[in-house]
Design a protein around this ligand. Sequence first.
Ligand code: URA
Length: 443
Amino acid sequence: MTAAELIRKKREGEALSPDEIHFLISGYVQGTIPEYQMSAFLMAAFFRGMNAEETVAFTHEMLHSGEVVDLSSIPGMKVDKHSTGGVGDKISLPLAPVVAACGVPVPMISGRGLGHTGGTLDKLESIPGFNTALSISEYKKVIAETGVVMIGQTKEIAPADKKMYALRDVTATVECVPLIAGSIMSKKLAEGIDALVLDIKTGRGAFMQEYDRAAGLAQTLVGIGTKFGKETIGFITDMSEPLGYAIGNWNEVMESVDCLRGKEVPDIMELTCTLGGAMVMLGKKASSLQEGIERCKEAVKSGAAYEKFLQMVKRQGGDIGFIEHPERYPVSKFSRTVTAQESGFVTAIDSLALGLTSVQLGAGRMKVDDTIDPKAGILLAKKTGDAVEQGEPLATFFTDKKGIFDSAAERIAAAFTIGNVPPKRTPLILSQVDKNGVKKWEG
Ligand code: URA
C-alpha cells in the first residue's frame, strides 16, 4: 500500500479500511508520510467525507497514537464535558467544580482559543500562578485528591491530533465533521473518562452555524462515544449571542466566580446546571437529569461549588488572592464604553463580530505565537431582549492597544441590532442527543 494510492482512493469517494487508515496515521506520526501527502489526504477527506466505520477507525488511530490514561484506581465514574467552542463560553469554569462538588470526579483536558472562540486554558492561565501543564502522573494525583483537574493537551495525549490539527489549521480543512469528530473524541477518550457530555454549538458564533450541520456533528460525536463504550449525551445549544456578559480571559474567570458565589446570570446558570445535571446523572450521583440539575443548583447555593473551585485553583498553583480581591488584578491601559445611538430593544448581538473584536483587543491570538493579554476583552451591558435608551451603555471594552481603539468601538456598536419591538425569546438549549437520536429539549 502507498500513501498516493490511498489519497487517490479517497479522492474518488471510496471508503478506506481500518488497515489503510492505520497505515496513513501511523506513517504520519512516525514521519514516513510527509505533510504534503497528509494535506492532500485531508483535503480529499474534506470533500468526500468518511462513513461511520471510517470515522471510528480514524478516531481509534488518533486515540492510540498516544497514551490512554487509566483512572480506574480512582473510585466513581469519571465524567467530562466538551464544548465545540463559542464566544463568552466560560462554562467549563463553573461547571467542573459544580459537578465535582456533587461527588463526580471531573478530569478535564482543555484547549486554547481557536479563531474567534475563547479557550478554557487561556482563561485558567489568566489566574496568576495557575499551572495547566501538569504531567500525566500529576494529573492523576490532583484528580484523586480534589476530584477535579483542568490541564492542557500533553505530548502523550493523542499526538496524531496535535500534529494533524496544526496542519488542518493551515490547509483549510478544519470544518469537516469526521475530522472534527476524530480530533475531539480522541482527546476526550484518552483522558480516562467513563462518560461524556457534549455541548454542540450552533448559530452565528459557532463553527457549525447551521442547526442541521451541528445536529450531524452531534450525532457523529455521540455515535463515536457510544461505540467506544462511553455513555455520551449531547446538547445542541444556541451561540447566536455571547454567553453571559463577559468576553475575554480574566473577566470571564471573574464572571464564573460571581456565578459560583451565587450571582444569577441566567444563560450561564441554565447551561452550567443542565450540562452539569447530565454529568451528575452519568456519574451515578442522580437518578434522573432533573435530579442532577437540582443537585447542581444546590451545590452552588450551599457554597460547596465555590469552595471546590478555590481548592482546585490552589492545588494547581493559582493565587486565590486575586480571586478573592479582584481589585488587585492589573487593569488595561485603555477602556471605552460604547453607547446606543437610538432607543428601542436589543434584537440581536453578533457573537462572531464580538469574538473577532475581542481577539483584536488582545484576548485571543491572530498568529499561533501571539501572547494573550488576560485583561483585554469586552463587558456587555445589554443582552438580547433588553430595552435600551439612546445614549445608554451597550458594552465597555478593555485593551492595551491604542491603535485599534476607534475601529473596535465601531465594530462593537455595529454588533448590536436595535429594533422597535422586543424580539421573540428563543431557547438557549435546543435539543438533546443520545444514542437513540436527536430530540427537542423541553427543559
Ligand atoms: N476542536 C478540536 O479539538 N478539534 C477540531 O477539529 C475542532 C475543534
